[in-house]
Ligand binder design. Structure first.
Ligand SMILES: Nc1ncnc2c1ncn2[C@@H]1O[C@H](COP(=O)(O)OP(=O)(O)O)[C@@H](O)[C@H]1O
Ligand SMILES: [Mg+2]
Length: 631
């Protein structure tokens, strides 16, 4: 029949594709970039195209051999010739199988190579995106871009390339031979084709619409399941006791997916059946008309058989080619979606002439720093976000002319009401964002003039909820210093007051922690993070309320660990504890993005301003529980 089921599926997949892609305008140069990606494989591509051509040629020889078997062999009563020609058919079949194997090898090599190239490039590029990108972007959409679009681009490339080349060769050769055999019958056979292609397009459009709907429904069901079936979601469902409501809304979606499945199966069947029917009608026509001509002596029997055999090689490829614009565009668009990510310029980037910040840099200076958070459209792609259009209106300024200096070895505390801008200030030190005005200098180097790598190796950060990778404790620690020995790790863990606990674990340093690993409590995790910071041995330390979420017992342990971490280092500490604040060499009181007061505990208290108020409302009540720490 229509040269195999595989081809029919391919054809149907093509008709299911969203035909509206052909209306999309690609940015100039997309094609050139795809060629650039394909360049390393040009030799394999040439071999592949040549193999496909040879395949099409020898495939087209078969019906001609049937013709000779019938005309000269059977009708000429030459048994030897029949056997010889049949052996040629067999040999061609074997060669064909070998060719198919070789084609698959080359197309897989090209395809997998492309996946590798694009994946590694996208991964490496995304890693270089500023933190603002990650705060905006939905991880799911990003991972899908890394996975699906890369896969889509490669399968579109190799699939579309092979099928277009093989169909063009196949149709060209087949039509050519058919025309020489009988141009009349060939033309009539061609006239029948629209009988199929026109309804097929219709069915394809319907299939597109319901396929899209079922994708969305499936995505919604998956989202519901991942949300409801995690601990927090399950707990909520139980506590609010609405399992029936959950059931019925889930069942509604699942039901629609079921109905779509049936409709889609029926449409697919219509598609196949009409392709089969058209081919069968054409075969009947060729046998009927050709046979009649054979009876009249206008055509020989072998030619009639050869023509019907060619027919089966004609319709499938022609149908595919009738939709080739959609296939090619889909391939281009997949590439374009990958390029879109690669083109997203990192807002925070090393200057070409960036220098290494000396590891000994140990002063922090803010010089009239103004800052506003970047808008969504500056840092992300609409297609990676929950909302379709990105807000381009700038956020209100968050910092106004913030100026201060922390000298070597000094501890500077930031205090202020929530939302004042303390975390923002701490993130500018490590250049998670670039200032919109003024400058941040570390060791008297503008942070924009040094490499990000050297900047971040000079600064250690501990935040409220320190993150550990889902990996062993050892791997989490050596992430900060890959050459650390086990003794180094133990020393750091001891200094961070957490070694005793880890030594007691059955797997010790090999215990897997992180999201799905051993459940370290908040305070324990914090101390592992401090050990990680100690291994890094930065000259500057930034703490963002590192003990805010802890109960008083863990807080004490973390506090002691932090004392080691801060000793002899310049530090910027966002504090919510009186004891920490009182130790500071300098206290900066931040309110609404401005430094409103500067001084030490005594002078600020005496001044009777915002600090004195914070002292009464925030520090004193908290201090009630911190009797253990000497002030
Ligand atoms: N990623 C962000 N994008 C936009 N605005 C932000 C972002 N993070 C914080 N803000 C805003 O900046 C202001 C200061 O926040 P933050 O520095 O976190 O305050 P603090 O740490 O003092 O509580 C707040 O108004 C907050 O809403
Ligand atoms: Mg904060």
């Amino acid at each position: 029949m229509i040269s195999g089921n595989g081809q029919m599926w391919g054809t149907m997949r093509s008709f299911r594709r969203d035909a509206s892609v052909t209306k999309r305008k690609l940015p100039p140069g997309t094609l050139r970039r795809i060629v650039g990606f394909a360049r390393p494989y040009r030799r394999s591509i040439t071999v592949l195209v040549a193999l496909i051509g040879v395949d099409a040629l020898i495939g087209a020889a078969n019906p001609l051999i049937y013709r000779q078997i019938i005309n000269r062999g059977i009708l000429g009563h030459r048994g030897g010739l029949v056997v010889a020609l049949a052996s040629v058919v067999a040999a061609i079949a074997v060669a064909d199988a070998g060719l198919a194997l070789a084609e698959r090898y080359f197309s897989a090599r090209i395809g997998e190579g492309l996946i590798f190239d694009m994946r590694t490039r996208v991964f490496s590029h995304v890693q270089r995106m500023p933190i603002a990108f990650f705060t905006r972007t939905q991880t799911g959409a990003l991972v899908s871009r890394l996975d699906n679009d890369v896969l889509g681009a490669q399968s579109a490339f190799t699939g579309t390339l092979s099928s277009v080349v093989s169909n063009v060769f196949g149709v060209g050769i087949t039509l050519g031979v058919m025309m020489t055999l009988s141009w009349r019958i060939t033309l009539v056979a061609l006239v029948l084709l629209p009988m199929f292609v026109v309804p097929a397009r219709r069915v394809g459009r319907r299939l597109q619409a319901i396929t899209r709907e079922s994708y969305n429904l499936n995505a919604a069901m998956t989202a519901t399941m991942t949300e409801r079936f995690n601990v927090a979601g399950a707990l909520l469902t139980k506590l609010f006791g609405r399992p029936e409501a959950e059931d019925s809304s889930f069942a509604r979606r699942a039901g629609r997916v079921r109905d779509i499945g049936v409709i889609s199966a029926m449409y697919s069947q219509v598609f196949f059946a009409s392709l089969m029917l058209t081919a069968a009608l054409a075969t009947a026509l060729v046998y009927g008309w050709g046979g009649w001509m054979a009876v009249k002596g206008a055509l020989d029997v072998g030619t009639v058989v050869a023509l019907t055999a060619y027919l089966t090689r004609l319709y499938g490829p022609l149908t595919s080619l009738s939709n080739v614009n959609v296939d090619v565009m889909t391939a281009l668009v997949s590439f374009e979606r990958v390029f879109e990510v690669l083109d997203l310029a990192p807002m925070v980037d090393d200057k070409p002439e960036a220098v290494e910040l000396p590891a000994t840099a140990d002063t922090i200076e803010f010089d009239h720093v103004d800052f506003r958070y970047p808008t969504a459209s500056q840092v992300s792609l609409a297609s990676l976000e929950a909302v379709a259009t990105l807000d381009a209106t700038p956020d209100k300024p968050v910092l106004h002319s913030v100026t201060f200096r922390a000298e070597a070895g000094e501890m500077v505390a930031l205090v202020g009401p929530s939302g004042a801008g303390k975390t923002t200030i701490s993130q500018l030190v490590t250049r998670m964002y670039d200032v919109t005005g003024g400058a941040v200098r570390i060791g008297d180097h503008d942070v924009r003039d040094v490499t990000q790598r050297s900047l971040r190796s000079a600064i250690g950060v501990v935040t409220q909820d320190a993150h550990l990778f889902h990996d062993t404790i050892r791997a989490n620690l050596t992430y900060a210093r890959p050459d650390a020995t086990d003794e180094d790790l133990v020393t750091a863990l001891q200094a961070a007051q957490i070694w005793d606990l880890i030594a007691d674990l059955p797997d010790g340093l090999d215990t897997v922690v992180g999201d799905r690993g051993y459940r370290l409590s908040g305070g324990e995790k914090q101390r592992v993070a401090i050990a990680r910071l100690l291994l890094k041995a930065p000259s500057i330390v930034v703490l963002d309320e590192a003990t805010a979420h802890l109960d008083s017992e863990s807080e004490l342990a973390v506090q002691q660990a932090l004392a080691t971490a801060l000793a002899g280092r310049t530090s910027l500490v966002i504090a919510h504890r009186l004891s920490t604040v009182r130790q500071a060499d300098k206290i900066l009181v931040v309110d609404d993005g401005r430094i409103v007061e500067t001084g030490n505990h005594e002078t600020l208290l005496a001044a009777g301003g915002l600090y004195a108020e914070l002292y009464r409302t925030q520090f004193l009540p908290a201090a009630a529980g911190e009797s253990v720490i000497p002030a």
